[in-house]
Structure formats: structure tokens, C-alpha cells
Design a protein around this ligand. Structure first.
Ligand SMILES: [Fe+2]
Length: 246
């Protein structure tokens, strides 16, 4: 457990821009698995993999990882090494065998066109199929250096369209249902773009008679410093670039 936390904080240290991504993916993975009623052993294993899935990105130069523009083919090849690097780093640790396998395959696609091994459908470990859904969803609803955050409903529409292509069709339908049922997402943090539960968020502010809610104190403070900037950005139409998710 302690080791896992140390690893997770290493990932955030490497890529402060996506800080919180590992944590969000971990938490949503756990909730989704509980909804699916899988065994607690599986929940622990897949949740650990979710938290550590991008640990292989530690080996990628910042010039590529934080590049705001489009990646060259060579740079994308470098990015594509992260599942194997992460899996290999963990493989030697006792008890991390299953976690390592899930991480290795988290960028496989259901139709077999993913990486690193081009596995198809049920050949992809269950945990990896779950993780790829949550990872992509989280990447879509957050801003990245190269892409603005998408609205939750736009993200879910894309995910449904990818059923049977990028994602396990049955799992992705269950995921959409899970989100709708839980009604987790009712409002968006205007700073990071994350969907926030308006009933649960402790961070909110009223500005020009409008209530804004935030995922954290960090985003709330940032908003207070530049409110007009974030209001304008949140009203702008989303314009996602053609980039790999996750
Ligand atoms: Fe990844």
C-alpha cells in the first residue's frame, strides 16, 4: 500500500499537468467495479492498476509529454512505450503480477488495433478493458495541453460510438448507465473542466449572481484570481483535436 502511494505520487511529480488524473481514474474505477459487483480481490487489483497505469510515462521526456502541439509520428511512438515500461517496472515486485498485466494492456482496443500487443476483444484482460474506458473518459472531460475539456454528454456520446471499436461494447454501455444512474456529474469545474457533483462539492463561489463549483481549493483559488478568463473559456465551444485519449 505504502509503495503504491509512493509510486502514484511519482507520476504526479513527473506530470503536474495531469496531477489528479491517477487519483480520479482510481476512484471512478473503484466505483464502477463496485457497481458491476466484481469480487473485492479484483476490485483491489484493478484499482491499483488504475492508480499506477501511467507510471511508464516517467521515462518519457518532458518535451514530448508536455508538448502543446500535435505530436510527430516519432514522438507518438515514444508515448506508446509507456504501457510496457510501466508494466515492466512493476513486474518484478512481489504481488504486482496482475497489476502489471492490466497496465501493459490499458491501450489495447477491442477491435485489435491498439497497442502494445494488438490483442482483440476478450483476449484483453478484463481490468484493462475497464481501465481503458475510465482513462479515456477522464482524459476527455479534463483539459490537456493539446485539448480543451469536453462536456460530459459529448464525451459519453463519443464513448458510445466507440463501442466495439475502442471499447468493450457491453462494458461501455454499462459505464454510461452507471454514470447516468449515479448522476455523479451535474456541473463542471470551469477551471479544470472536471465534472463535479454539485451536492457534494465543498468548493463553490458565487460570482455575478452565478454559482460555480470546483473539484478542489486549487481550482477555486485559480478561478478567484482570473474569473473572467475561466467563464469565457467554459462558454467557448469545445474543439477537441485529433489526439489519442488517455
Ligand atoms: Fe496510458
Amino acid at each position: 500500500m505504502g509503495l503504491r502511494l509512493a509510486f502514484a505520487s511519482l507520476i504526479d511529480l513527473k506530470d503536474s499537468y495531469t496531477e489528479g488524473h491517477s487519483r480520479h481514474v482510481r476512484d471512478l474505477t473503484r466505483q464502477f467495479l463496485e457497481y458491476l459487483k466484481v469480487s473485492s480481490r479484483e476490485i483491489e487489483e484493478i484499482t491499483s492498476a488504475a492508480e499506477l497505469h501511467d507510471i511508464g510515462k516517467i521515462g518519457i521526456p518532458d518535451s514530448i509529454l508536455k508538448k502543446p502541439g500535435k505530436l510527430t509520428e516519432k514522438e507518438f511512438l515514444e508515448i506508446k512505450k509507456h504501457p510496457i515500461r510501466g508494466a515492466d517496472a512493476l513486474k518484478s515486485l512481489q504481488g504486482f503480477d496482475g497489476v502489471s498485466k492490466i497496465i501493459r494492456h490499458h491501450h489495447e482496443r477491442y477491435d485489435g488495433t491498439g497497442y502494445p500487443d494488438g490483442l482483440v476483444a476478450d483476449k484483453i484482460p478484463f481490468g484493462s478493458r475497464v481501465l481503458s474506458i475510465i482513462d479515456a473518459h477522464d482524459a476527455m472531460i479534463y483539459s490537456r495541453p493539446y485539448r480543451k475539456a469536453m462536456k460530459e454528454k459529448d464525451a459519453l456520446k463519443i464513448m458510445e460510438e466507440e463501442a466495439g471499436k475502442q471499447f468493450d461494447p457491453l462494458l461501455v454501455l454499462k459505464f454510461v448507465k452507471f454514470l447516468q444512474q449515479k448522476d455523479i456529474y451535474s456541473q463542471y469545474d470551469p477551471v479544470c473542466g472536471m465534472a463535479v457533483n454539485s451536492q457534494q462539492s465543498l468548493f463553490n463561489v458565487i460570482y455575478k449572481r452565478e454559482t460555480y463549483i470546483f473539484c478542489s481549493q486549487v481550482c477555486l483559488t485559480e478561478f478567484n484570481n482570473f474569473p473572467e478568463k475561466y467563464i469565457a473559456a467554459s462558454q467557448e465551444k469545445n474543439n477537441p483535436e485529433d489526439k489519442p485519449y488517455g
